[in-house]
Design a protein. Structure first.
Length: 157
């Protein structure tokens, strides 16, 4: 229960400052943003990677205010997923996969976790080759309100 409360507080604090990554990337692009085991990600890599994943989320139908499930253990991937969700204008809903928030139509996970997750959610599988190609194919620049509006209109029509 404590982890859920702490995660919720952290997400609320991050959501209040969506441009923080871009600021860190411009001030110290080579500074280490995340470190896990023998893996490091710089501020610039984190900013660009989250911009790309946010674009994939928006193309998948994530709209501002939507709830996006995040079924990942604490890791570099979970941090990237959380920031991408916030950059897409959505709310990040950490989940174990079994208890997916009914409002979450889209979620982020890995191939390892996917078999145990609900099929009621469209899962974007971070380590799936198709997802990796989609992420590499989109721009790594910041998401604008215009980007979100254009994608929302294309999803309606």
């Amino acid at each position: 229960m404590t982890n859920t409360i702490e995660s919720t507080k952290m997400i609320a604090a991050i959501a209040a400052q969506p441009d923080l990554l871009a600021q860190n990337a411009s001030w110290d692009p080579e500074g280490i943003a995340i470190s896990a085991g023998d893996r490091d990600m710089t501020n610039e890599e984190l900013d660009r990677g989250t911009n790309r994943l946010a674009r994939v989320l928006i193309a998948a139908g994530v709209t501002p205010g939507a709830q996006v499930a995040l079924a990942l253990a604490p890791s570099i991937e979970s941090v990237v997923g959380m920031w991408a969700i916030l950059k897409a204008g959505a709310t990040c809903v950490p989940t174990d996969g079994a208890n997916v928030v009914p409002m979450s139509a889209i979620g982020i996970t890995t191939r390892e976790n996917r078999p145990r997750l609900s099929n009621s959610v469209e899962w974007i599988v971070l380590d799936d080759p198709a997802t990796l190609l989609a992420v590499r194919a989109v721009a790594n620049v910041a998401i604008s309100d215009y980007d979100q509006l254009v994608e929302m209109e294309s999803n309606v029509g």
